[in-house]
Ligand binder design. Structure first.
Ligand SMILES: [Zn+2]
Length: 467
C-alpha cells in the first residue's frame, strides 16, 4: 500500500514539473491582462500598466521616442544571467507586448503552484524588458518610427532614438540572452498551414556560421519549438535566416548575446491574435525556465536544422475552387485589408480578390469547393432600412438564403463601430452591385445546388448555409 501511495505521488508530481508549458497554457486566463484585448492599444495603456507593477519590479524611463513618449525598462529578479526582451520595435506588431503584460502578472502572483519556478527564475537571472520600443509607431499602428525609419534597419547607423536606446541597454548589460519579439504577416505559411509562430536564431554573418552563442540560441529555439507542438502542431516555422547587416537581431547575435527571434503569426479567424499572445506567454516563460535549469543544453544543434522553414507562398484568407461564373471556371482567392480610423484605434476589414485562375497549388485559411454549383452574384435587397438596428432585427440568414447580400440603410453608418452578424454589405445609397470577379474587386457570390443556396461569400468571408 505504501509503495502504491509513493507510486501515485510520483506519477502525480512528475507530469506537473515535466509539462510546465501545458500548465501555463491551461491556467493562462488567471494571468491574462484583460485591459488589453485587441491589437490597437496605445502607449498610455502600457504606461498605465507599468505604473501598477508591484515591488517585484523596478521600472525606469530609459529614454524617449522622437515625439517624446517614454520608453521604459522593467527589471525583475536578481540572478547573474542577464536576459533582455524587447517588443514592438515595429509599431503594428503588438502581440508580444500583450504577452509581456501577462507575464508580469504571472511573475507577481504566488501560491498558485508556480512559486518554485518563479523562485528559480528570480534567483538565476535578471530580466530586462522593454515593452513597446516604438511608441510613436504604436500610436499610429504603423511599422516605422516618427521619421519613417525602420528601427530594425538602424542597428549600425543609429539615427533613431529608439534604436540608440536598444543598443545602449544591450551594451550596458552585455546581455547573455536576447528575445527579439515581432509579428509576421497573417498569411505567412509553413508546410501549407499558417505559421502561427516562427522562430529564428539569427545569423551573425553572411556564412551563417554557428559559434557557441548562436548554437545555444539554436538549442533554445528547438526547445521552444518542441513545446509549441502541443498547441499548434506543424504550425511553427523557422523565419528566413539570411544575414541582414542592418538589423538588430543579427547584430545583437554578433555582439555576443544569444538571440532568439519570435514572430507571432496568423491563427484561424483570430484576427486580434489573442491565441498567439497566449502562446507567447507560454513559450517565453518556458524558455526562461529552460535557461534557468539549463535543460536546453541537452538538445543537439542539428535538431534546429530539422525544423521546417517558413514557406514563400502566402496563405490566402479564402480559396474558392471551381467557380463557374462569367462563362468559365476559375479558382478565386480572397484576402482582406484593414482600414483604420484617424486615431488608429478602430478599423474595418474589406475583402478583395487577390488571385484568379488555376489555384490548386495555393493555400488558404478557408477552402470551399464549388464544383457543380450554380454561382450567381449577390443581390441588393429592394427595401431600405432606417437604421442598422432595424437591419440587425431582420432575419438575415433567411435573406442570405434568398441570395440577398447587400442592404441599404438610410441613417449614416459608422463603419468603424458597426458590427453586423452574419456579415452583409451595408450601403448608404442604392449602389450598383459589384458583378465582376477581377483582381481587387469585392463581389458577393451565391452558391446554389438544385436552386438551394448552400453558401455565400460577402466581403471576402464565406458563410455556409447548409442547414
Ligand atoms: Zn517586426
Amino acid at each position: 500500500m505504501r509503495y502504491l501511495i509513493i507510486l501515485f505521488i510520483v506519477a502525480y508530481i512528475t507530469p506537473v514539473s515535466a509539462q510546465l508549458h501545458q500548465q501555463l497554457y491551461a491556467r493562462y486566463d488567471a494571468y491574462k491582462e484583460i485591459s488589453l484585448s485587441d491589437r490597437r492599444f496605445k502607449p498610455e495603456d502600457i504606461q498605465a500598466l507599468l505604473r501598477q507593477l508591484d515591488n517585484n519590479f523596478a521600472t525606469k524611463e530609459v529614454g524617449q521616442s522622437v515625439e517624446g513618449r517614454p520608453i521604459s525598462l522593467v527589471t525583475y529578479g536578481n540572478g547573474p544571467v542577464q536576459i533582455l526582451l524587447w517588443s514592438q520595435m515595429h509599431g503594428d506588431e503588438p502581440t508580444a507586448t500583450q504577452a509581456l503584460m501577462d507575464i508580469f502578472r504571472w511573475l507577481s502572483s504566488s501560491n498558485d503552484g508556480f512559486d518554485t519556478i518563479r523562485e528559480k527564475i528570480k534567483k538565476s537571472m535578471t530580466l530586462h524588458v522593454i515593452p513597446m520600443l516604438n511608441p510613436d509607431g504604436a500610436m499610429r499602428f504603423v511599422r516605422r518610427n516618427y521619421h519613417d525609419i525602420d528601427i530594425n534597419r538602424d542597428a549600425l547607423r543609429l539615427q533613431t532614438p529608439e534604436g540608440r536606446i536598444l543598443k545602449h541597454i544591450r551594451d550596458s548589460l552585455k546581455a547573455d540572452w536576447g528575445f527579439n519579439l515581432h509579428d509576421q504577416g497573417r498569411g505567412t505559411s509553413v508546410a501549407g498551414k499558417a505559421a502561427s509562430v516562427s522562430l529564428l536564431a539569427p545569423a551573425f554573418n553572411e556564412n551563417r556560421d554557428i559559434n557557441k552563442s548562436r548554437g545555444d540560441a539554436m538549442k533554445l529555439v528547438r526547445y521552444i519549438y518542441d513545446r509549441l507542438q502541443s498547441f499548434i502542431p506543424n504550425q511553427v516555422g523557422i523565419y528566413p535566416d539570411d544575414f541582414e547587416p542592418r538589423a538588430f537581431g543579427d547584430n545583437i547575435q554578433k555582439w555576443g548575446t544569444r538571440t532568439v527571434l519570435v514572430e507571432s503569426g496568423g491563427f484561424q479567424q483570430d484576427f486580434e491574435r489573442q491565441e498567439v499572445r497566449k502562446l507567447n506567454f507560454v513559450l517565453i516563460i518556458s524558455a526562461l525556465e529552460s535557461i534557468a535549469s539549463s535543460s536546453y543544453k541537452k538538445i543537439a544543434v542539428k535538431k534546429y536544422n530539422e525544423i521546417p522553414k517558413n514557406a514563400s507562398r502566402r496563405l490566402h484568407e479564402l480559396l474558392l475552387l471551381n467557380v463557374n461564373i462569367e462563362g468559365l471556371i476559375r479558382d478565386a482567392a480572397f484576402d482582406r485589408r484593414e482600414t483604420q480610423n484617424i486615431t488608429a484605434r478602430h478599423y474595418y476589414a474589406t475583402g478583395y480578390v487577390s488571385d484568379l485562375g488555376d489555384l490548386r497549388t495555393s493555400v488558404a485559411f478557408n477552402k470551399f469547393d464549388a464544383s457543380g454549383m450554380v454561382v450567381q452574384w449577390g443581390k441588393l435587397y429592394p427595401t431600405v432600412f432606417n437604421t442598422v438596428n432595424d437591419l440587425q432585427q431582420a432575419d438575415l440568414f433567411a435573406l442570405l438564403k434568398l441570395g440577398f447580400t447587400d442592404f441599404v440603410v438610410r441613417e449614416p453608418v459608422d463603419k468603424f463601430s458597426t458590427n453586423i452578424s452574419p456579415q452583409v454589405n451595408i450601403h448608404n445609397t442604392m449602389p450598383a452591385v459589384v458583378e465582376t470577379l477581377r483582381l481587387g474587386s469585392n463581389p458577393s457570390l451565391v452558391f446554389k445546388v438544385n436552386d438551394v443556396v448552400k453558401a455565400v461569400v460577402v466581403n471576402g468571408q464565406l458563410i455556409r448555409l447548409d442547414n
